[in-house]
Design a protein around this ligand. Sequence first.
Ligand code: MG
Length: 401
Amino acid sequence: MTKNITVLGSTGSIGLSALDVIENLDGAYRVFALSARSNWKKILEQARRHRPKYVTVFDPAAAQKLEGNLPSGVKLLPPGVESLMEISAHPQADLIVDGLVGGIGFAPLVSAIKAGKTIALANKEPMVMAGETLMKECARWNARIVPVDSEPSAIFQCLECEGGAAAGDIARVFLTASGGPFFKRRGSLSGVTPRQAVSHPRWNMGPKISVDSATLMNKGFEAIEIAALFLLPLEKIHIVIHPQSVIHSAVEYKDGSVLAQMSRPDMRLPIQYAITYPDRKPSPVRPLDLFSIRKLEFYEPDLRRFECLSLALESARRGGGWPAVLSAADEIAVELFLSGLIGFNDIPSLVRKTLSAYNGSGRSISISDAVEVDEWARNKARELARTGGFRRKTAPRKIKC
Ligand code: MG
């Protein structure tokens, strides 16, 4: 039977790869709904090609451009988060590919979970905000999250090899990181420009996650995400810099055996696995050539140089609302950095200052608490950015990513 897929964030890096994967799967899957932030030209092209039932764009001006231009049978839903929630929970949608970026994805994810959906999840910020609570909601509503991001997917695949191994069988998880564009760079990172920060050596990704990879915040987010996804205590998660990005993560079992998932760094592979799970299908990804790789290297991360990673791990240890504050503050800091309004090293400073201003407890937070904490932290980070001496006198032009 053909499965209906909703693709959230269809014009972003994950969405584009997901549509590519779906087309390669020979009609077994049908695009049911598409959403984008503002790229109306791209989503129009996608709507013409895939003929979904629903299309929505977040930006009202972009929605106006689409009005009357979509092919017949494709319905344009009003701009806004409610439409994202609607297509995430629609009774006819069998699978949600969630390629949204940032905290904006929280409400649509909750909506998909409450509708008992299977969610191929790339949007990590909601899992950082309230992963433990969201996993409890999944159990309650019989929903399932299959990770799309390459490292959580690798761990998921290593666990699946053991029939979904129990946490007690796992000695350690090696969460690998490429190290980002500045792993080998010497000297201060204060002069790093947005353009340099988004040029990732291994992965081709959107601007937010590229900057998060450059600061290593992304790895901290992933540690928080996998702790929630696989019920892992933080002490069992070991972050390893592996510049070749061939091992996408590994699981060490209690008998000392280590299972690793390896492939070329191509997002279409974990996206496809999340879509076809539990089946494996042929994919367009080129096979790994071990002879051309020759060597695999592993290094410890430098937590002093990449303060975002230590802030993330500290927030994870504290628990409660801290990871939500971390995620929201980082989103604001990255936005300001990409706009040229603060420097690269101001990202960890702004996140640290926002975390210092928070006085929540370490108690597990509810869905509504997470939304509240997120909003508080965004406002606080913006206020600190205005008053904390961050802004440059002259703002460089915003780069287009
Ligand atoms: Mg990743």
